[in-house]
Design a binder for this molecule. Structure first.
Ligand code: SF4
Ligand code: SF4
Length: 308
């Protein structure tokens, strides 16, 4: 993603997180992703630019948004408000919050994504410094995919390290080795999502090969970085015993000794509705740790610490 290095496109900053690395953490969510995973839990993170979300339940169908947009980006198509993001100049550009958002009488529109500087993010992050120190926590960069805004990420990570804050990343690991190596220099922990052991199946659901990801993971482990591979377990995609055995082989190849299993859930479903997108997993049953005992056992039997 090409963006001025002084700004990052951020879609959320979440405080008091306890699931994204050790201790109490602040998670900074970067917008934009190179992978196009169907069923992504944060679909609003996939598009690098700002997006306008429409809440059908709140909408009065008054068409104020259609008539007020200066770039004619908003249309009412058979009762559904659609924003053409190619035409939208973006909130903060057409007006501070976006004319359509400001004028909507029902608060049915909101924007996703905000340009933020390192200093603006630091100001928020530093509010909880005492909690990080007491709990052994810190800051996690997540997304979307942080690596596509790598220059901004490096600036932010350097600033965090100058304040002696523990740094982690949640990443797909999909980038050139040069970019990956530059970013991880400033990281204490790398949480690495791996969707499938098989390259063809990985491409089917994400649009990209898993080979650069595995290569980057191996590099990080080889140089002694703390790495935690994380495996979203999805029914009828990667949850068979055969899949578990092949995942073990991949983890052994890269030198990983542990893996976190993330049972499939439908947390992101409502966001697809707000974005006007189809959700492919509506009828797929959610998984729980107890459903994956046999799957987990394959890892444990091969001396890979697998946990939930
Ligand atoms: S943010 Fe501005 S340009 Fe974009 S759709 Fe709304 S009114 Fe139009
Ligand atoms: S201005 Fe708000 S209430 Fe009116 S049509 Fe647009 S989204 Fe719906």
């Amino acid at each position: 993603m090409k963006m001025e290095n002084n700004f990052g496109m951020i879609f959320n900053i979440q405080k008091f997180s306890i699931n994204d690395g050790p201790g109490i953490r602040t998670v900074v969510f970067f917008k934009g992703c190179t992978l196009k995973c169907t069923g992504c839990a944060n679909p609003e993170s996939q598009e690098p630019r700002l997006q306008i979300l429409w809440n059908e339940k709140k909408c009065l169908h008054c068409n104020t948004c259609v008539m007020s947009c200066p770039t004619l980006a908003v249309k009412n198509l058979e009762g559904k408000i659609k924003v053409n993001h190619e035409l939208c100049s973006g909130a903060g550009v057409c007006s501070e919050r976006g004319i359509c958002i400001e004028k909507c009488p029902a608060h049915a529109l909101k924007s996703e994504g905000e340009r933020k500087t390192v200093d603006e993010i630091l100001k928020i992050v530093m509010q909880d410094i005492d909690f990080y120190e007491e709990s052994g926590g810190g800051v996690t960069l997540s997304g979307g995919e942080v690596l596509i805004q790598h220059e901004f990420a490096v600036k932010l990570l350097k600033a965090l390290k100058e304040k002696n804050i523990h740094t982690a990343i949640e990443t797909t690991g999909f980038s050139s080795p040069a970019i990956f190596q530059r970013v991880i220099e400033y990281l204490d922990l790398i949480l690495f999502d791996i969707k499938h052991w098989d390259e063809k199946k990985h491409k089917e659901k994400t649009g990209v090969s898993n080979l650069p990801i595995l290569k980057n993971m191996k590099y990080a482990i080889d140089i002694g970085k703390e790495v935690l591979p994380r495996l979203p377990v999805i029914p009828n995609y990667n949850n068979s015993i055969d899949d578990a055995k092949n995942f073990v082989l991949r983890l052994e190849e890269v030198g990983a000794k542990r893996v976190q299993l993330l049972p499939f859930h439908q947390f992101g479903e409502n966001k697809y509705n707000l974005l006007g997108r189809k959700y492919d997993f509506t009828d797929v049953k959610a998984l729980h740790a107890e459903d994956l005992k046999d799957f987990q056992k394959i890892f444990l039997d091969n001396e890979i610490e697998a946990f939930f």
